[in-house]
Design a protein. Structure first.
Length: 285
């Protein structure tokens, strides 16, 4: 039986799971736990509820409905997305091969503004260590991050590059990094370089010479995972077609990560469409 892996258990991810499961496709939802909906005190403008409902209760009901249809929920953190023989979601609990993947982890509400970061994307600033490590063999690079996602990128780089520096940008460490990794806890003032990355400037004026910076902030959200496979993005928004498919076959996105109205109604619709279209494509294939 073909299978679909959905990353994210918010309204977009659960809605996609409902429609994929109803279409007879084996469906797994990977979740880190409660998301933005859980933090909403009251939902007052959602169809079918005359009285306000808490975000946490609406989320609970949605997940219970998906479980009743046989959707499997796995609590873990997605840290990578690869494509060899097939799409595979890399998580802290192991790898999840899939015939189709739906990205539905919401949108990053806060991204640090670091001068030079956006302008040097593709010229020393990378979002995928697995994809790009080869181009930095024997060179000094840095990973921007402080958690499990950053650790995943560090582990992909260490066997290839000369050295890895961890730039926490002032955030506390939430993972244990190998001793050969140099940790810089300062804030990052700027990514340096004209044509290509030449280093970083830290608070206090200290500079570190580098050939590349790999961005792995917080957890691997939908946009970061899409970038890993080269799917087209526009800022923090994943570009999709009328079927909710990204620019890569088999990879779909739904909800806040596609931009537009950041509302439950929009997320549920896009999730339903992504689940339906992914299942339809697998039946045709």
């Amino acid at each position: 039986m073909p299978n679909i892996v959905i990353i994210g258990s918010g309204p977009a991810g659960v809605s996609a799971a409902l429609y994929a499961a109803r279409a007879g496709v084996e469906t797994t939802v990977l979740t880190k736990g409660s998301g933005a909906l859980d933090r909403a005190e009251l939902i007052q403008n959602y169809y079918g509820f005359a009285e306000p409902i808490s975000g946490a209760e609406l989320e609970r009901r949605g997940i219970e409905g998906a479980k009743a249809l046989g959707v499997q929920f796995v609590t873990t953190e997605a840290v990578g997305l690869t494509y060899m023989d097939q799409l595979t979601v890399e998580t802290l609990a192991g790898d999840f091969p899939a015939d189709a993947v739906i990205l539905a982890t919401g949108a990053s509400r806060a991204a640090p503004h670091i001068p030079g970061l956006a302008g040097l994307e593709g010229h020393g600033v990378s979002y995928c260590a697995t994809c790009d490590a080869f181009f930095y063999r024997g060179k000094d690079v840095a990973v921007l991050g402080s958690g499990e996602y950053a650790l995943h990128e560090v582990q992909a780089l260490l066997p290839v590059v000369k050295s890895v520096t961890l730039l926490t940008n002032g955030s506390p460490l939430t993972a244990s990094f190998p001793p050969e990794v140099t940790v810089c806890p300062e804030k990052v003032n700027a990514i340096l370089g004209e044509e290509r990355v030449s280093g970083v400037e830290l608070s206090g004026g200290k500079t570190v010479a580098l050939s590349g910076v790999f961005v792995a902030l917080g957890v691997a959200g939908s946009t970061a995972l899409a970038r890993k496979l080269g799917a087209e993005v526009d800022g923090n928004r994943i570009l999709v077609d009328e079927h909710m498919q990204t620019t890569l076959p088999g990879l779909y996105a739904a909800g806040d990560c596609t931009g537009g109205l950041l509302q439950v109604a929009k997320a549920v619709y896009e999730g339903a469409l992504a689940g339906t279209e992914a299942a339809k494509a697998l039946r045709k294939g």
